[in-house]
Design a protein around this ligand. Structure first.
Ligand code: SAM
Ligand code: SF4
Length: 329
């Protein structure tokens, strides 16, 4: 079992399978000048499979496949299916921008995907283009409709940005009336791949809740599942729910049960740390499973208490600015 130095059990890994993306969401990636990790520097499918097998033997049962855009990597369906076959893995999820899955969503259940987080920051086609710098709104909406038709549990990830999509909040919430989806409003974080975006929070989860209360005063708090990063609410009569993820305010760190593996095989024990060691180096230098377990155990026993401590530990010359696509959002 993986227990950290704050007595938190780690049973969840977020695996970023690529840093590449076909969108350029401005809060995540610069429009140009991105240098992707060289292909040979990415963890191979075999390496990721071995790593998840080792983690599963240590009590990890939940995996989220993320990126970059996971479906840009060839053979992703087969890879996910192979992860689903690992003993002990029984809670498999994916985060996607939904641009590459049109017509393929019916396969998700077959390969063991239990739920999908679909990124969608606006219900306005032009604004979608402004935010993502690509004209893929219709495709993403097609994916959303397929997810609903196939009865796949779906959460919408909506990053809330002052001056961009505040007037999308209410239409997004309105979707929960007729659809059994969870719409989650996420605070923007400074992980945008460029140091020129100030690391300040312009619109908090608290402001989003207040904004929604003006239109839906009957909105009520519902219990949050264990280890939930979102504070969850429901509007009476609506089929779906609304969640708030205070990702910048970091209100959820206390019960954190997750680790991350970046596309180039760095272990992160907190979203805000800069990577604690290279799993890839160990794997490529012939480490045994026991050595791998030992290194992971040791990293977890030196884990920052929360995202603020992890950020402080980076030092003043190593401020948060890497792209979320290289971390696995
Ligand atoms: N490409 C996939 C997608 O967009 O769903 C998966 C990777 S993306 C990095 C995962 C999530 O991180 C998305 O929901 C995205 O909105 C979120 N994200 C990216 N950059 C962010 C930022 N600077 N602040 C908050 N959330 C961010
Ligand atoms: Fe790509 Fe996802 Fe980042 Fe948007 S949020 S640029 S879709 S990785």
């Amino acid at each position: 079992m993986l227990l950290d130095n704050h007595d938190r059990k780690i049973n969840y890994v977020r695996l970023a399978v690529t840093d590449r993306c076909n969108l350029r969401c401005f809060y995540c990636m610069p429009e140009e000048g991105i240098s992707y990790v060289k292909r040979e520097e990415l963890l191979s499918y075999e390496e990721m499979h071995r790593l998840i097998t080792v983690l599963a033997s240590e009590g990890v049962n939940k995996v989220r496949i993320t990126g970059g855009e996971p479906f840009l990597r060839k053979g992703m369906f087969e890879f996910i299916d192979s992860i689903n076959q690992i003993d002990g893995i029984n809670d498999l999820h994916i985060t996607t921008n939904g641009t590459l899955t049109k017509g393929k969503v019916h396969r998700f259940k077959e390969i063991g995907i239990k739920s999908v987080n679909l990124s969608l920051d606006t219900l306005n086609k032009e604004r979608f283009f402004q935010i993502t710098r690509r004209d893929e709104y219709d495709t993403v909406m097609d994916t959303l409709h397929e997810l609903l038709e196939c009865g796949i549990k779906t959460k919408i990830n909506c990053v809330v940005m002052q001056g961009q999509n505040i007037d999308d909040i209410i239409p997004m919430v309105a979707m929960t009336e007729t659809h059994p989806i969870s719409v989650r409003f996420i605070e923007e974080m400074p992980f945008n791949g460029s140091g020129d975006h100030p690391a300040t929070l312009h619109w908090t989860s608290h402001q989003t809740i207040q904004h929604i209360k003006d239109t839906y005063p009957s909105i009520e708090k519902v219990p949050d599942p264990p280890h939930s990063t979102s504070m969850n609410y429901h509007i009476p009569g609506h089929q779906g729910t609304v969640g708030f993820i205070a990702a910048y305010s970091r209100l959820f760190c206390g019960s954190c049960n997750r680790i991350r593996v970046t596309p180039q095989g760095l272990l992160k024990t907190c979203l805000y740390d800069s990577g604690v060691f290279s799993i890839k180096e160990l794997l490529r230098h012939g480490a045994s499973d026991e050595e791998l377990k030992g290194a992971i155990q040791s990293a977890i026993s030196h884990r920052a208490k929360d995202g603020f401590e992890a950020e402080r530990n980076r030092g003043i010359n190593n401020t948060v600015s890497e792209s979320m696509a290289t971390i696995g959002g």
